[in-house]
Write a new protein. Structure first.
Length: 80
């Protein structure tokens, strides 16, 4: 099995990250490159962490660590 490549789109809300990611996914799949689009909060852990973001205010370090946790959860889901 080839090692997967992870492409991450970063930016502020409403900047077009989802649109660009879906367009890239469609393009790569049309070219025969197996590609999967997943939003960082589309896992069980991600949904819970998303609620924590909405309901609380944390310092930047805590927010970064929470985002790292969501990325780890999505990575584990993709590999299984």
């Amino acid at each position: 099995m080839k090692k997967p490549i992870w492409i991450v789109f970063e930016g502020i809300d409403g900047s077009g990250k989802t649109t660009q990611a879906k367009m890239l996914t469609d393009y790569l799949n049309r070219k025969g490159i197996k590609c999967l689009y997943k939003h960082v909060f589309e896992t069980d852990a991600g949904e819970k962490i998303s609620k924590i973001f909405i309901e609380n205010s944390f310092c930047n370090l805590v927010e970064i660590l929470l985002l790292c946790a969501t990325r780890k959860a999505i990575w584990d889901e993709i590999l299984t």
